[in-house]
Design a protein around this ligand. Sequence first.
Ligand code: GLN
Length: 536
Amino acid sequence: MSNSTKYIFVTGGVTSSLGKGIISASLAALLQARGYTVTIQKLDPYINIDPGTLNPYEHGECFVTDDGAETDLDLGHYERFLNVPTSQANNVTTGKIYQSVIEKERRGEYLGKTVQVIPHITDEIKKRIQILGKKNEYDLVITEIGGTVGDIESLPYVEAVRQMMWEFENDCIVIHLTLIPYLSAAGELKTKPTQHSVKQLLELGVQPDILCCRTEHPLDLNIRKKIAKFCNVSINAVIESRDASTIYEVPMLMQNEELDKVVLEKLGLHSKMKPEMTKWEDFLNRVSNPKTTVKIGLIGKYVELKDSYKSISEAFIHAGAENECQVQIEWIHSEKLNEGNVKEKLSELDGILVAPGFGSRGISGKIEAVRYARENNVPFFGICLGMQCAVIEFARHVLGWSDAHTTEIAEDCSYPVISMMEEQKSISNLGGTMRLGAYKCQLKPDSKASKAYNTDKISERHRHRYEFNNIYLQEFEKAGMIATGKNPDTGLVEVIEIPAHPWFVAAQFHPEYKSTVAKPHPLFVAFVGAVISNKK
Ligand code: GLN
């Protein structure tokens, strides 16, 4: 047995949205629970350098890592399941691959050769896959290939997988995630789309080792035999992947199907121990058996596509479990909120969260929601633009500065209470130029935030250009809105609170990115806790 890192590739067939990210994360969680160190990487076949410049309506939320990478939302699932931070290296796009190949070409590094998809692009892909393996930190690297096999843009990735399967014969396997549709008119599960999808992979020179079959109905022995026979896999490598009531159930379903065991066998690894899933099961139990329910309004402008707020909605599941409470999210479109209807639309809520965002669309609705929460003592949590709205609202209605705004929207307003950082002013490129990734924050003792964290030194992830304008801080504090968190190096305001309110806390950073099953985020836990007490 070699001591080298093992690579597990996850491809998808038949259709998109089968949940490759959740299957990868579930497998990783089971392997981790057996004592292995695992990381997961996503290869995205689109030409954007990263999703930072994408509208959330395209692929949902942009996730941010500690080292400031703007990434696909699947990285959020990886972190939530594994409780291990990801980094720049965990998300690769076609844009990044081409960018580095073209830069090398301009530097003359190809020595006058013609630069081609094979070998230059595929070599760059293989290099990016192995960066994580070569760190000597991980026993296993799971690489999820975005898109569906057969797509033109995923061809170089599948070719890179084919080459790696040859080069590292005993250290690589391929799991193909596919769909077994149920035809109700025939009353039957159909294997043909899976057969075709595996044939398509075979045409590209890749024989999958394991098939994960998404299905709405159980796969009986006959159907498993049929899939195994037509797709050249052993029968124990046909894994049923039934629809689950929550994504957090998938690791348990995969454990029942012995996916982790089959993977280890195929890689010639021994199970270090039985997967230790008791904490996970305990979490699942709490998710499934809540003692109370609360209704929290999420005020945002992308609510039609709930994936735009994925990390927030997952953080509420973690914080709900911690409080033995089911958090029912009411999705409220900020563009549809105004002074006239805010009471009617928000009066049934037990708590209010104003979401992050960019630009002017829907901002007046967000400000109205803050005002409602502040004036009616409804627990309030603001994140990033949500904090900026809380500051604007306080300036307008408590300090009486009716023309207060953020310079993102009103550059010439008389009270720019939120304004652009000096170093941002000269930047003209949009991609990767915000204040991104982890920064330290010092909390005031006795603040709600420091009580929630149970410490006064924290580090949280950022993704924004605008900041609280410190020239107004004294006046805010005199009137009752306190800066309870500041960057110790720059003095930038990170957290604001209104101590006289039952729970009014807002952060310039994004706490949602750091909430995991093993460590629900303290601010979400405290917010849900405050919502429950306030309801009583
Ligand atoms: N648009 C605001 C800024 O750039 C807030 C960003 C956010 O909510 N992520 O500062």
